[in-house]
Structure formats: structure tokens, C-alpha cells
Design a protein around this ligand. Structure first.
Ligand code: FAD
Length: 308
């Protein structure tokens, strides 16, 4: 052949065929300080033109952020065009208390809850339900549906939740959550497209018809991610450590690598048919924005101008 050596391993650019036909959502956490609040709002404003399906706000361990989650969600509802989703957990609260929080959301016009069991405030302790509380996310979904016709998202684990007795029991649990009325599952972060595709197939085989949206975590600090991953049953591949070697003092290089790795993952998911993505933004807009852009997504106003 006249092909140059090495051409056999050439592949066409991952983003050559993107058509902008994706839908995204963004996850934020409630800010603790004024400075963090400013960063959050700048990020929300930067991402808003991408017209996400929803933006969600997490709920701290043991309900520690109840007020802050509520205030952040309420402000998004009031000051932006975005549809906010409030995370809510079962930890250290009675059913009555949780129901009250949910009713307050409904009354404030919030129509979407990300329903979770949650983890005990001290890392590593086993979960023990409140004596009058909801014992699992599935029970919480049932409870929420009794209160109002919320749109509900739940958590899913491509690499199996660490407390699950087996992979099958974890899938059965996801099915219970969907059967109880959840509209979609959002996955824990993962770094290999195979683990997502396998999980998607297994869920379909288990009769789970709801969409399973991959949760994408752009990693720019591998040590921090490792701590978190250990607690939540996500694997960090050895190559990821190698990519960040020696870059502790080079934050811009780390950002570039974070974007490259996450964009590669999203590109492969896209090539495998995925069109909905959920981004764990850590309240920073740039990485999520850049990845959405690579996947062909453009600000809504630009699209309207082009159509006109
Ligand atoms: P569940 O679905 O109740 O499952 C918990 C475990 O119990 C699983 O191992 C499941 O297999 C098992 N199980 C449940 N019911 C049964 C049963 N009947 N029989 C046998 N096994 C059963 N945490 C927060 O504190 N705040 C947040 O805002 C937050 N947001 C998150 C967002 C996403 C997208 C994800 C993926 C996770 C989030 N978490 C959050 C973390 C989550 O709270 C933890 O992973 C928690 O340990 C499990 O919550 P769950 O809703 O998946 O629980």
C-alpha cells in the first residue's frame, strides 16, 4: 500500500460528525461564601444560553444545606430562564419534614426533584434510616408522587453502588425507583464508556425503559476525585493518574487535560448514540461549556439568528 506508516492507527476526528443534536443539564452545589456565590452565578449565566433541559442543585449530607439549596433553587427560578431541579435526600429527617420541604418547592414553582437516599454525614458510616423517615430513594419517590406530580430524576450506578448486595439487586433497585414514578436516571460519574454502555444494555434487559443520562465529571484534580470515587463506587483508571503526574503546580495544563479527557469520553458516548448529558460542573462553567461546544451545541440565540 502507498499509505504512510502509522496510518493504520489513524482515526477520523471524534467530533467530525456531531450535529448539535444533544440536550444537556448542569449540576451545581449551593455556595457557602459570598465569593463562591459569585462564582456560581457567573457559571449559571455563562451556561444559561446553552438552554439546558434543567439545572440541578445538590443537597448536603444530613440536610446541612437545606436552606442554601432552597435559596439557590429559588433564585434560579426567579432570576433565570432555567428550569431548576432540587436534590433532596432521606438523611436524618422524618417523612413529615421531607414532605414539608417538597411542598415548599412545589409552592415556589419548582417542578423537578432529584430524589436520593443520601449518605450519613460521617463518611464511611452505614446508612441508617430515620425512625420515621424514608428508608430508600424508591420510598422517597413514592412519597413525592403522593405530594404532587413532580418530574423526578434518580441516581444510577454503572459500576454498582458500593452498598449493593449484587449488581442485579442494584438494577432491581433502579427499576423500583423508575416504577415508583421516576422519569429518568442520572448516573454516578465514570471514566470508561464501556461501563456506561454495558449498564445501559443491562438496564434495558431488566425492563428499565426510562432514559439513563450519563453524569460527566471533568476531572482536573485527580487526588480529590479519588477520595470521592472511593466512597461512591466509581473506578479511576490508572492512566488517569499518569496523565496528571507532575502537574500539581500547572493548573492551566490540568484544565486542558481535564477538558480533553472528558471531551473524549463524551465523544465516544455520542458515537454510541448518547444524546443527553448531565455535567457535574463543580460550579465552574468553562469545562462543561467547552465540551458542549465540541459536541456541536451552540447558544440558543445564535441558533435563532441563523434560522431567521
Ligand atoms: P438508593 O437508590 O436507595 O440505593 C442505596 C443502596 O441501597 C443501593 O446499594 C441499593 O442497591 C440498595 N437498596 C435500596 N433499596 C433496596 C432494597 N429494597 N433491597 C436491596 N437493596 C436495596 N448525595 C447527597 O447527599 N446529596 C446530593 O445532592 C446527591 N446528589 C446525587 C446526584 C447523583 C446524580 C448521584 C448519582 C448521586 C448523588 N448523591 C447525592 C449520592 C447518593 O446520595 C449516594 O450515592 C447514596 O449512597 C445512595 O443514594 P441513592 O439515591 O442511589 O439510594
Amino acid at each position: 500500500s502507498s499509505l504512510a506508516p502509522g496510518i493504520a492507527s489513524w482515526r477520523k476526528p471524534l467530533f467530525e460528525d456531531v450535529a448539535g443534536d444533544i440536550a444537556v443539564s448542569f449540576e451545581f452545589f449551593p455556595p457557602k461564601t459570598e465569593k463562591m456565590e459569585q462564582t456560581l452565578w457567573e457559571s449559571v449565566k455563562t451556561l444559561e444560553p446553552l438552554a439546558p433541559r434543567f439545572v440541578s442543585v445538590t443537597y448536603g449530607a444530613g440536610g446541612s444545606t437545606r436552606e442554601r439549596t432552597h435559596n439557590t433553587v429559588a433564585r434560579i427560578a426567579q432570576e433565570t430562564s432555567l428550569a431548576p431541579a432540587a436534590h433532596l435526600t432521606c438523611v436524618e429527617a422524618s417523612r413529615g419534614e421531607i414532605d414539608e420541604v417538597a411542598r415548599a418547592y412545589w409552592d415556589a414553582g419548582v417542578r423537578h426533584i432529584v430524589a436520593l437516599r443520601g449518605d450519613p454525614p460521617e463518611l464511611g458510616r452505614p446508612f441508617a434510616p430515620h425512625p420515621q423517615g424514608y428508608a430508600s430513594a424508591a420510598a422517597l419517590v413514592e412519597g413525592l408522587k403522593r405530594i404532587a406530580p413532580f418530574e423526578i430524576s434518580v441516581a444510577a450506578y454503572p459500576e454498582v453502588h458500593p452498598e449493593a448486595v449484587s449488581k442485579q439487586s442494584d438494577l432491581d433497585n433502579l427499576k423500583r425507583k423508575i416504577d415508583a414514578g421516576a422519569d429518568r436516571a442520572i448516573t454516578q460519574f465514570f471514566f470508561s464508556p464501556e461501563s456506561y454502555f454495558r449498564f445501559r444494555d443491562e438496564a434495558a434487559a431488566a425492563g428499565i425503559g426510562a432514559e439513563i443520562v450519563p453524569g460527566i465529571l471533568p476531572v482536573s484534580n485527580v487526588a480529590q476525585t479519588r477520595k470521592f470515587a472511593a466512597a461512591c463506587g466509581a473506578g479511576i483508571p490508572p492512566w488517569m493518574d499518569r496523565l496528571f503526574e507532575g502537574l500539581d503546580n500547572l493548573p492551566a495544563a490540568r484544565q486542558l487535560i481535564a477538558a480533553t479527557v472528558a471531551a473524549e469520553l463524551c465523544g465516544q458516548l455520542y458515537a454510541g448514540g448518547v444524546r443527553n448529558f448531565h455535567f457535574y460542573t463543580l460550579n465552574r462553567a468553562e469545562l462543561a461549556y467547552a465540551i458542549c461546544h465540541l459536541l456541536g451545541l451552540r447558544p440558543k440565540a445564535d441558533q435563532q439568528e441563523q434560522a431567521a
